[in-house]
Design a protein around this ligand. Sequence first.
Ligand code: ADP
Length: 492
Amino acid sequence: MSQSTFLQNGELVTILIKKKEAPFISLRVVLLVTYVIIGVIPLLLMANTILHSMQEYFVEERKQELLSQANVIAGQLASNDFFFNQENQESLEEMVLQTGQDEDFRVLILDASAMVVYDTGYQEVGKTYLLPEVLEALEKRDVAREQEDGTVYAAASIVGSSSQHDGIVLIADSLQDVRITVGNIGNKAYFMLAVLLVAVILIMVVISRLFTEPLKRIIRVIQKMAEGHLEQRIVVTNRTHNEIVDLALSCNQMADQLEKVESSRQQFVSNVSHELKTPLSSIKVLSESILLQEDVPKEMYVEFLHDINSEIDRMTAIINDLLTLVKLDQKEIPLNFVETDLNHMMEDIIKRMTPLAAAKQIQMQYIKEKDVSAEVDEMKMTLAISNLVDNAVKYTPEGGTVTVVLDADHQNAFMTVTDTGIGIPESEVNRIFERFYRVDKTRDRETGGTGLGLSITHGTVMMHNGSIKVNSKEEEGTSIQVRIPLHQNVGA
Ligand code: ADP
């Protein structure tokens, strides 16, 4: 929800705009999910791949082992002429049975027509086994292959003395034990992963709390500031330094600055009220004293109206200066920088000020060191320099001198106004650019100053990216130098 308030026809209008709020996703959740994605899922995939490869390796090993066993048996049967020597048959079958029992697998002996002639399991004798492995072995390609039901068949051909196929040795073995072994290893690995996951989640919860708790504290304080409690500060207790501490310190700095702005705003409003109140009170006193008296002579009317008029002039001057300052503060209104002949500008200023100086028998001097032209907003810069010359005349006693110098180097123009006036106490020099600041309140009321002239000059010079230097000695005089760059790099 956002709120905008403004004045319309003198009424305060508040508009509430309902905005669709973005869903809140806590940093803690983001951290956890990120860890699970980049930390745990790859581990799971890795464990899975390793287990799979391990199973493949064991199965392959077993196939090779069974095949070599089948070959050994086939070799023994061939060399002892199993199919054609009845005498050897029984002892050979016993040997095969023994091997089958020792190794815990089933051995079948098939003849050249794939019929089972001996089976350590005794069930299949007399049956014909047309398994692909048997057919391949009959073609002298000994093979071992895993079946869908998890058994392995290893078939080796029995090649007789005449290089003829006498038969096949077929070993059948279950892979159950491999499965159980790999399964056990897998269970342990997954258990370890689960423990790791829980441990990591716990650690992440603690770590993310370490990050988010201070952030939450900062947010709470900022929210209070947003509600207007600018005195709020974030308490920084950390002995170490990190980005969050920096954030807290920056927020505190921002709050200091906001408080300063707020207090200077209040000061400004109170100054304006005070400045306007003084002439208003005078007007009231003057007008009342005429109203309350009977038979007021005409001369008195004229005199009082004259006084009222000059008080109104004073108020108008204050308001005009305030308006000028407000305009300078509105930075979005750009200055109208135009290449200007500063010599010409200065001569105009001096010309306008000379009668004022002459009235006080002040000698006005203008020294042009160089022809200077610079990019300035001529109207605003004229006002800024006029304020300086006006002050020099105002604060210089009769018979004094005011000297204005125009000079430049490769990059800057320098405009200096020097007087032989009352000077400014050292302790006050830094304050004369503040709004409504006057060194001597009573005297300045007599001179008719508003206390805003130098603020306007300072604001203007800043907008021209320049600077102001003040040199002053009490009872000796003041010299104020304005420096502005010859060229404004707009947009730089
Ligand atoms: P004001 O309208 O009162 O002159 P400014 O802002 O122009 O206000 O100046 C602020 C104060 O600085 C003046 O009130 C005066 O006390 C002091 N000041 C400015 N210029 C001079 C100067 N040339 N010599 C002595 N004091 C000065």
